[in-house]
Design a protein around this ligand. Structure first.
Ligand code: CKP
Ligand code: MG
Length: 312
């Protein structure tokens, strides 16, 4: 395995028309979950990825399993749970700056992820363990499973990559800050968005922000600045990569996960940090140009073509 991840993926409904969802009558069904968005992005680029999760023994669970497996992600460590249902959520796009998410995921099958289902050998076989701050917000058993998986990764020298993905609809600021900082302390690479960085470090200065993460123990810090680009910092070097222009942003959700896929793919290919961040920015941009979280993730050929088109 190149990258293994743990988290919840849900059936996603988006109204077929823009504007308040109360007037929507027709919805499109897609799937989304930060962790599988990244794993699928990596799989499309030819990397070996595996997903640890729980789904309900229901039709949405079957839909997720077929789709994720179909995208080339290993699902052999996904448990089918007959005691709870697969979570669903709605994405209401009023305009590209006003996207509203409504979750129906409380007590979902994935919220029952348990440390006893985490296969030590499976994590040990990976180069990277990729985690987000969404999973520990789902339940106490999820939080335990996440910390257990990080202990396993540390024991076997597997690098931990952490995207805080702050979701204040799932927990309080106090709980979120405490848990996300403890996760960050165990990570080798952190990928916060700029606003998440402010929340966790209480500074708006990007260099100071990176230093706080370095002091927590992070070797590589990459701060995502949305349409501006991304700042990266290692102990002995830092830099800023400008984002790629896109004609029109259709749906910004999932860009961060695409970015993570690009960075990880670059590192797996042996690229430098700046080149890896550049690949992250390219994929993040591509994801925003189509509706849905995974539909814009490129294969190698599409990525090359995109990079060539912006070069000209
Ligand atoms: O930070 P991003 O916009 O890249 O993340 C989006 C994902 O997992 C989305 O797929 C959704 O299912 C979620 O974050 C979530 O649980 O909020
Ligand atoms: Mg994010």
């Amino acid at each position: 395995m190149d990258v293994v991840s743990i988290g919840e993926t849900m059936a996603l409904f988006t109204p077929d028309q823009r504007g308040p969802m109360r007037y929507a009558r027709n919805f499109s069904l897609k799937m989304a979950g930060a962790e599988t968005n990244t794993l699928i992005g990596l799989a499309k680029l030819g990397h070996k990825t595996g997903w640890i999760s729980r789904i309900g023994k229901d039709e949405f669970g079957a839909f997720l399993l077929h789709s994720i497996r179909g995208e080339g992600v290993d699902t052999s460590r996904v448990t089918v749970d007959d005691q709870a249902l697969t979570g669903i959520f709605f994405k209401e796009i009023r305009n590209e700056k006003d996207v509203r998410i409504t979750y129906y995921r409380k007590h979902s099958a994935a919220s029952r992820i348990h440390h006893e289902q985490i296969d030590e050998d499976y994590i040990a076989s990976a180069r990277f363990l990729y985690l987000t701050g969404i999973t520990p917000a789902l339940s106490e058993s999820c939080r335990k499973a996440i910390f257990y998986s990080m202990d396993v990764a540390k024991k076997h020298g597997v690098k931990i990559v952490f995207d805080p993905n702050l979701r204040l609809k799932l927990w309080s600021k106090k709980e979120a800050r405490k848990t996300l900082l403890s996760m960050a302390e165990m990570a080798d690479l952190v990928l916060p968005g700029y606003q998440e960085g402010i929340f966790l470090t209480e500074t708006t200065d990007i260099k100071e922000m990176a230093d706080v993460f370095h002091q927590l123990g992070n070797e590589i810090v990459i701060i995502k600045c949305g349409e501006k680009g991304a700042y990266y910092s290692l102990h002995n070097q830092s830099g800023f990569i400008h984002s790629f222009p896109v004609k029109k942003v259709i749906d910004p959700v999932g860009a961060g996960d695409g970015f993570a896929a690009g960075v990880l793919s670059g590192l797996l290919d042996g690229l430098s940090i700046s080149q890896s961040v550049e690949r992250g920015c390219a994929i993040g941009a591509m994801v925003t140009t189509v509706p849905g979280d995974i539909e814009g993730l490129p294969d190698r050929e599409t990525l090359e073509a995109f990079l060539k088109s912006v070069d000209q």
